[in-house]
Structures are given as structure tokens and as C-alpha cells.
Design a protein around this ligand. Structure first.
Ligand code: TEU
Ligand code: CA
Length: 555
């Protein structure tokens, strides 16, 4: 049975205290020289993960796929992607994790499949094919146009016309990612079955790709021009989502000890609360986008401020309520590197600011998600032209806007926010291709692997890697960091992020300039318990881009 609670005082589920490490297998480690990371590469690095101290690995899709969207377009949910290895490689990887006390959660991508999945191959054959209703087909408008004005996230309309059967099918992402029809009970049964297949192998749960999108808006009405600016808030808004998740819970998850984390793209914190309220028996956790997308408007990067960032953390903490629990992350495979986005990736500051950001995600109230390479302070890649990007999102959105935006402007935004920034290979060594492959890597390795790499950082006590390791260990032993209340003590300060977690005070300096920070007298400083800072009375001096955790008591 699941360890999840219906009362805030019930036994604490394991995933609240876990640190989760996300692996994007394509870019982790290549063991056969084909330039693509693989499952044996993960198995080879399990001792590295154990030493880092993470409890759970979230593996981005490892299933058979034609890779229109790097595995987020699944052709066979029960097969391992040939480039990544075999089912025997998967079993060996999972056994290696289990032996080290590391759990594995896998990516459940069931809003859509690949158009090469056998279900869709059948579905498109004819209108009366038994699989027709596995997907969402509609007649053209009288003028031959698509059934409504939905747009796809990777550019163009969300409908593609199928000549053979004379109808359009719906796809929120690429045309090669047709959306499944969750109103069809057979589709739901198929999903429950494939979930059981992997749970029976021993995986501990799922990260659920764009899960709020599975329930489509009744009648599929046109979006208003306002809604078209951010269609995810409509796509995620149908209440039948809750029915589907409860059925999933009853049919599948309640029979295993699992954790689930839904990618809640398009869900505002106050709505997310319903998805994770343990009394409702839907999901355990969701990934909220308000922070990582705080400075994004469509394809365009805007700006962010520290007080705004702080306000979002407080909002999320308050929204979660006594029956929910937050997740905390600053980067994943869909977002730029955290140090380039929220820190300072100038070579002189990159290490310090990466340590500050890793301190932030490991000391907030919630389950931290650390994306591969963040423990090293990996940065965005210096892409030069639009052709340097592999991600279909870059070209797809460019087609949408090129009639009204200059290439230079679009490129500047893609360089800052493009998803490939997070997808360049892991930097293991300073050697050729950063030790990722002996062949030609599918995406180039960042030249800064000369200094930012796991081998060099393991040797240096003050490296980002060793800081992150030490902080994960500190967190494991600190009930204040794992369970303590959260309170921002200075929401308006533009340079220092200062917050209480239980009897601890976390101070983060977000600028190059050193700062003397006066702590209010009612929080008497007892001393520094992690990091470095000078204390004089109630004043703490922090160097530029430095963090410290202090113990405080009643004044
Ligand atoms: O991402 C959906 C999502 O929330 C966006 O971040 C998406 O990547 C895009 O930027 C929307 O504008 C999930 C996966 O994490 C992503 O890798 C997939 O491409 C996508 O779903 C489709 O499966
Ligand atoms: Ca390989």
C-alpha cells in the first residue's frame, strides 16, 4: 500500500525526505561510442550518484521512440529505446540502484504517443478502425480548415489533416505526437496495464508528463486571443482530470509503494493544491512552472527580480496546505541551466553562484529535484546560429514568428532559454568530449568542461560538487531543513534571500558585492552551521555570491 497520508500526522511518506536526481539518458554517459548516452552508462555511474547522496533517480523517457522529441514520443511503452540498450540493461541498471538503496521513477508520457505507435498506425487507417477512438479525430470545418484554433507548443496548429481518412487529429505538441483520447475507457486500461508492467519490475513510481492535459475541454471550443497567448491554462483546465487520476490511483497505484509527480504545466498553485491534497487521492507531488518560467513570455525572455522570486516561493509554500507537499527545482531538460538563468555564469562567479542556487533548492521546504550537471555548476552552451540547435521547439516556434521577429532577436532568446542548453552532455572530465563519449556526441560538449567537470571537482574541497554533496548530507541529518516551517524574513531585500526553516536561518547573497546583513534582534544568532560567514553581534558578513546556514534562537 502507498505510504501517503490522509492526515497530516500520519506516517511521513519517504518521498518527502528524498532528494531526486533527474537523468536525461541521451546526455548522461555513452558507453559504446555512438555519441548517445545509454543505460549501461547510468549503471556505470551509480557509485557517483550514491556518493552524491541522492535517494531517487527520475529517468527521462527510455522507451522505444523515433525521437522526434527525444523520447517524449513513444512508439512502444514496453520496449527500451535501441540506442539506450536492452531490457537486460534496464534490469541491470535497476538492480544496481536497488542494491545501493536508490529508487527509480520513470517518465509516464501518456497525454500523447508517437504517430508510429501501433495504436496510431491502426487508428489512422480508417474511420471505423477499432483503434480510431484511441485518438482525437474531428471533421474539417466546412471551409476545410482545422476543427478549432488550438495551437501546438512546437509551432503551427494543434491539428494535422490525415488525407487517407479525411479527418484532422489533435496534437498539443508536434504532429508526430498525437494526443490520446482519455474519454475512451480502453485507453485508460492500456495505460493502467503499462504502468503495472514497469511497477512489477520494481520501479517506485512515475513522473507524469503534461498530465493535466489528458482531459480535453468538452466540445473543444475555440480559444480567445487572450487564451492563445498561454493555451496551457486551458489545456490543463478540464475537471475530468481529477476523475482519471483517482481511477489511476484505485486501479494501479494503491497496490504498490510509489511516488507520483505530475508535471503541472498550465496549473496555478491554488489549483495544484487539489491535485496533491492527500485526502483526495490523486497525485503525491506536482512540478510547478511559476518560478522557472517567471521571466518567459512565449518564446521571449523578459526579466526577473529577487523580490519577485521570493514572493513565488512564499506563494507556493502557502498554497500547498497541510495535506500537500511542494517540489523545488531551478532547472530540468526543458529549461536553461540554473546558473545561467538565476546565477552568474561569468567564469569568475560561476562556481560561487552555482553553490548559492544549489543551497537554495536544498534548503527550501519541499522535495528537491536536482537535474544532471547542476551538481557541477554546468552552464548554458554558447550556441551561435539557429542551426546549432537540435530541439524541434526552436525551429517550430521560429516558423510561427519569423514573419514578425528578426532572426537576431529570436536567436538571442533561444540562446538564453532554449532547451538544448540543458541537454548538452554531462561533463565528466577535462578530456576529449568531457569523457562523455569516445565518438561524436549527438550535441556538442560545452568547452568549459576544461574546468567544470566531475573529475576535477571531486578533487577540490570547495567545488560545486563537494558543496552539493555536503549539503545533501547535512539536509539528511537536519529535521529543520526536511520538516521545518518556511518563513521569508525579508521579502523586499534586493540582494539577500533570508529565510527561516525551523530554528535555522538561510542567507543567500545574490550579487557579486559582499554584504553586511543585519538580522533582527528577535532571531539571536547562535553560529554558522553550514557555509561561511563572519558574525559580529547580529550582523552577518557574506562575500559576493555566498550562502550560509545559521542557527538562531529566541533573542
Ligand atoms: O514538457 C512540456 C512543457 O511543460 C514544456 O516545458 C515544453 O517543453 C515546452 O517548452 C512548452 O512550451 C514535457 C516534457 O518535459 C518535454 O520535454 C516534452 O517535449 C513535452 O512535454 C512533450 O512531451
Ligand atoms: Ca551509446
Amino acid at each position: 500500500m502507498t505510504a501517503n497520508s490522509t492526515s497530516p500526522t500520519a506516517a511521513r511518506p519517504w518521498w518527502k525526505d528524498a532528494v531526486i536526481y533527474q537523468i536525461y539518458p541521451r546526455s548522461f554517459l555513452d558507453t559504446n561510442g555512438d555519441g548517445v548516452g545509454d543505460l549501461p552508462g547510468i549503471t556505470a555511474k551509480l557509485d557517483y550518484l550514491k556518493a552524491l547522496g541522492v535517494d531517487v533517480v527520475w529517468l527521462s523517457p527510455h522507451f522505444d521512440s523515433p525521437n522526434a522529441d527525444n523520447g517524449y514520443d513513444i512508439r512502444d511503452y514496453r520496449k527500451v529505446m535501441a540506442e539506450f540498450g536492452t531490457m537486460a540493461d534496464f534490469d541491470a541498471m535497476l538492480a544496481g540502484m536497488t542494491a545501493r538503496g536508490i529508487r527509480l521513477i520513470i517518465d509516464l508520457v501518456v497525454n500523447h504517443s508517437s504517430d508510429e505507435h501501433a495504436w496510431f498506425v491502426e487508428s489512422r487507417k480508417s474511420r471505423d478502425n477499432p483503434y480510431r477512438d484511441y485518438y482525437i479525430w474531428r471533421d474539417p470545418k466546412p471551409d476545410g480548415g482545422p476543427p478549432n484554433n488550438y495551437r501546438a507548443f512546437f509551432g503551427g496548429p494543434a491539428w494535422t489533416f490525415d488525407e487517407g481518412s479525411g479527418q484532422y487529429y489533435l496534437h498539443y505538441f508536434a504532429a508526430k505526437q498525437p494526443d490520446l483520447n482519455w474519454d475512451n475507457p480502453k485507453v485508460r486500461q492500456e495505460v493502467w496495464d503499462l504502468m503495472r508492467f514497469w511497477l512489477d519490475k520494481g520501479v517506485s513510481g512515475f513522473r507524469m508528463d503534461v498530465i493535466p492535459f489528458i482531459a480535453k475541454t468538452s466540445g473543444l471550443p475555440d480559444l480567445t486571443s487572450e487564451e492563445l497567448r498561454a493555451p496551457q491554462f486551458v489545456y490543463a483546465g478540464d475537471p475530468r482530470l481529477h476523475d482519471h487520476l483517482r481511477e489511476m490511483r484505485r486501479e494501479v497505484l494503491d497496490h504498490y509503494d510509489t511516488m507520483t509527480v505530475g508535471e503541472a504545466f498550465g496549473v496555478r498553485p491554488e489549483k495544484a493544491r487539489d491535485l496533491i491534497d492527500s485526502r483526495r487521492r490523486e497525485l503525491d507531488l506536482v512540478i510547478n512552472f511559476d518560478i522557472v518560467r517567471m521571466d518567459i513570455d512565449g518564446w521571449r525572455k523578459t526579466s526577473w527580480t529577487l523580490p519577485r522570486l521570493k514572493a513565488l516561493y512564499t506563494e507556493l509554500d502557502q498554497a500547498v496546505g497541510p495535506f500537500g507537499w511542494n517540489t523545488v527545482f531551478l532547472s530540468n531538460h526543458d529549461n536553461p541551466r540554473s546558473v545561467s538563468h538565476f546565477g552568474d555564469d561569468d567564469p569568475a562567479w560561476v562556481e560561487r553562484s552555482a553553490k548559492v542556487l544549489n543551497t537554495l533548492i536544498l534548503t527550501q521546504r519541499g522535495t528537491p529535484f536536482l537535474y544532471q550537471g547542476e551538481e557541477l555548476g554546468m552552464t548554458n552552451y554558447p550556441f551561435r546560429t539557429l542551426d546549432d540547435f537540435d530541439d524541434l521547439e526552436v525551429a517550430g516556434r521560429w516558423r510561427d514568428v519569423k514573419h514578425r521577429v528578426s532572426e537576431a532577436e529570436y536567436l538571442a532568446n533561444a540562446r538564453a532559454m532554449g532547451r538544448d542548453n540543458a541537454r548538452t552532455p554531462m561533463q565528466w572530465t577535462s578530456g576529449p568530449n568531457g569523457g562523455f563519449t569516445t565518438g561524436r556526441p549527438w550535441l556538442p560538449v560545452n568547452p568549459n568542461t576544461a574546468t567544470i567537470n566531475a573529475a576535477a571537482e571531486a578533487e577540490r574541497p570547495d567545488s560545486v560538487l563537494n558543496h552539493t554533496r555536503a549539503l545533501i548530507a547535512f539536509r539528511r541529518d537536519s529535521i529543520d531543513l526536511r520538516e521545518g516551517d518556511y518563513r521569508d524574513i525579508d521579502p523586499d531585500h534586493e540582494q539577500v534571500f533570508a529565510y527561516r526553516r525551523g530554528k535555522l536561518l538561510v542567507l543567500l547573497n545574490f550579487e557579486r558585492e559582499a554584504v553586511r546583513y543585519a538580522v533582527p534582534a528577535e532571531q539571536a544568532l547562535h553560529g554558522v552551521v553550514f557555509g561561511s560567514a563572519e558574525i559580529q553581534g547580529q550582523t552577518v558578513r557574506l562575500d559576493g555570491w555566498t550562502s550560509a546556514i545559521l542557527e538562531v534562537g529566541a533573542g
